[in-house]
Design a protein around this ligand. Structure first.
Ligand code: UD1
Length: 335
């Protein structure tokens, strides 16, 4: 019962590996180390107190990927590997299409070859586009707003086509809302690569003093305080959602999408407030122009994950801030 985790040294992948091991699964980690470092493996091993097989593989190279399946008795896959920056995808759409699409096509092709037909796929709430009033349910029509989102949407469709053609496949499409926070130990978290685009990495850089001010993208939205509202979810909750999805796939065939969020929305300003309450740090900020492509409110309907997976987020916004800050302090100390 070995689970292959592609992108297993990334932010979501690394936390999921820890949870899987703690739940008794054996894992093989695959990563090309383009957006993370090998130190993450050491940190995972420190937390779970055992060695975990790792292979540095570029998933665009089929033969290298096939070797992983030849070498290990893989029975299911959680596929995180892929690029995830919206801005970068707009600048370099072909890189995004090539990387995210071809690597996934290679993966499912080889899984088919080895008769491995259980897959948890890393999707995103971005597939809901700007069409709906939240809470967002899995059965709503979908829309891509940028190349990154389009890769997720196309892949969801490809995976469901695959299941329609062969009902021995079991695939779960995990639609993430806004994962933040870090592992309780402070050993794992989100590694900043380049200038962070997302809110929490940026907030942490300001809090630690590496950047002078946080820009809030838009203060005149039609919300209680004028800033956008997001369904922030603790990365450890997100990780445990994948473990539950894997358990679900053991008993259920088909292609099912699941939202992973808390079902509660907080504004960007509320997050900054909570961060101050928890850490005592008042993050300097200014209200800047709206960011193109931002949706105003994004909140999950989490009924399906609760009902079918028996999963529910258990950490609150304060936990997310506390753990993110602890990770940032730890990371800084280690530099
Ligand atoms: C973004 C992506 C989404 C992707 C997700 C995960 C966009 C438009 N959306 O979601 O497709 O799935 O990341 O990688 O890029 N904010 C600030 N100041 C900052 C950074 C962010 O005010 O410096 C605000 C944003 O305007 C937004 C909120 O914080 O209202 C959350 O932003 P972010 O963390 O980038 O996540 P999303 O935009 O929700």
């Amino acid at each position: 019962m070995t689970v292959l985790i592609t992108g297993g040294l990334g932010f979501i992948g690394s936390h999921t590996v820890v949870d899987l091991i703690e739940q008794g699964y054996d894992c093989v980690i695959l990563d090309n180390l383009s957006r993370t470092t090998i130190d993450v493996l050491e940190k995972i091993e420190l937390i779970v107190q055992r060695k975990i097989p790792f292979m540095k593989v570029n998933m665009l190279e089929s033969q290298a990927l096939r070797n992983v399946f030849t070498q290990y008795d893989i029975t299911s896959v959680i596929h995180f590997a892929g690029f995830k920056s919206v801005g970068e995808s707009v600048q370099n759409p072909l890189v995004y299409y090539q990387t995210n699409l071809i690597s996934t096509l290679n993966l499912i092709d080889i899984m088919q070859e080895f008769d491995v037909k259980k897959l948890v796929f890393s999707s995103s709430a971005t597939v809901y586009g700007d069409l709906h009033i939240p809470p967002l349910r899995e059965d709503l029509p979908l829309k891509a707003l940028n190349p990154y989102g389009r890769t997720k949407l196309i892949l969801e469709e490809i995976l469901c086509d695959l299941v329609s053609s062969d009902n021995s496949w079991s695939i779960a499409l995990m639609r993430y809302f806004n994962p933040i926070g870090a592992h309780k130990t402070g050993l794992l978290g989100e590694l900043p690569f380049g200038i962070p685009n997302n809110l929490m990495p940026h907030l942490l850089k300001v809090a630690i003093g590496e950047t002078s001010k946080l820009q809030i993208f838009g203060g005149d939205y039609d919300t209680e305080d004028g800033s956008c509202i997001r369904d922030f979810i603790h990365i450890m909750d997100l990780a445990s959602g994948h473990v539950r999805a894997l358990d679900y796939l053991k008993k259920n065939a088909g292609c099912e999408a699941f939202n992973l969020g808390t079902g509660i929305g907080y504004s960007v300003l509320k997050l900054i407030d909570t961060f101050k309450e928890v850490t005592g740090i008042k993050v300097p900020f200014e209200i800047a122009n709206r960011r193109e492509g931002d949706i105003v409110v994004s909140i999950a309907d989490v009924t399906k994950a609760e009902t079918l997976l028996g999963w529910k987020a258990k950490y609150n916004l304060s936990d997310m801030c506390e753990d993110a800050w602890n990770w940032e302090l730890n990371r800084k100390r280690g530099e």
